[in-house]
Design a protein around this ligand. Sequence first.
Ligand code: ZN
Length: 247
Amino acid sequence: MPHFIFEIALAILGIFLLEFILRSRNYNGKKHNVIFLGAPGAGKGTQASRLAKELKIPHLSSGHLLRQAVVDGTPIGQQIKSYIEKGQLAPDEVLNAVIAEQLQKPEYANGFILDGYPRTIEQAQFLDDYLDKNDRYITAVFDLQVDEDVLVERISGRRICGNGKCGATYHIKSMPPRQEGICDLCKRPLAQRADDNEEVLRQRIERHEQRIVHLLVHYDNQGTLFTIRGEGSVDEIYEDILLSIGI
Ligand SMILES: [Zn+2]
């Protein structure tokens, strides 16, 4: 009889253990601190915001980060504002201060998805140190790889409504307006962003390649880097992202 009780106890313990393992693998209980890397036009923003919705954690793009700091009106935000007004890029230490200021907010406590930051190895090292001090760490880095010619086609086909209050966006191939060159919503003419032309784009892509190489080595050494082929449908790419982190 005592032997029988022992076996039942063992079975119950096993069930608890199994539940604990399953629960710890469940992404709702796990913290995801994610970074998206990829050239302009690689689709970082689209994939990042989709993953953020699924994991129920905030998506923080570098543009949003800077705007939020300005809106918050903190001393760092005021510095950012003066750089934006002068048309200059904020230096590393200012961006780092902004990221630290944002990530300490309670909404980022259960994880976050960064897109557009870090851009340099100095920023990546700052982020590692900051997270480490707060008992956190980067859990996954996705590098979306897209062929240069595909990037150029994607970006140079972008059109934006010239009406500032509307701002609807189109793509001459993948999302054309009903009437060529005219906004579906407000019937105003569509325009191309000045820096969305091929020559400027190829320069931006080249600068990105040079900058990102150090980041790739950094995250590869940490074992957090996942290389994702960023061509194909948005759904296919998203599936690859989920599969790579076992969701
Ligand atoms: Zn419009």
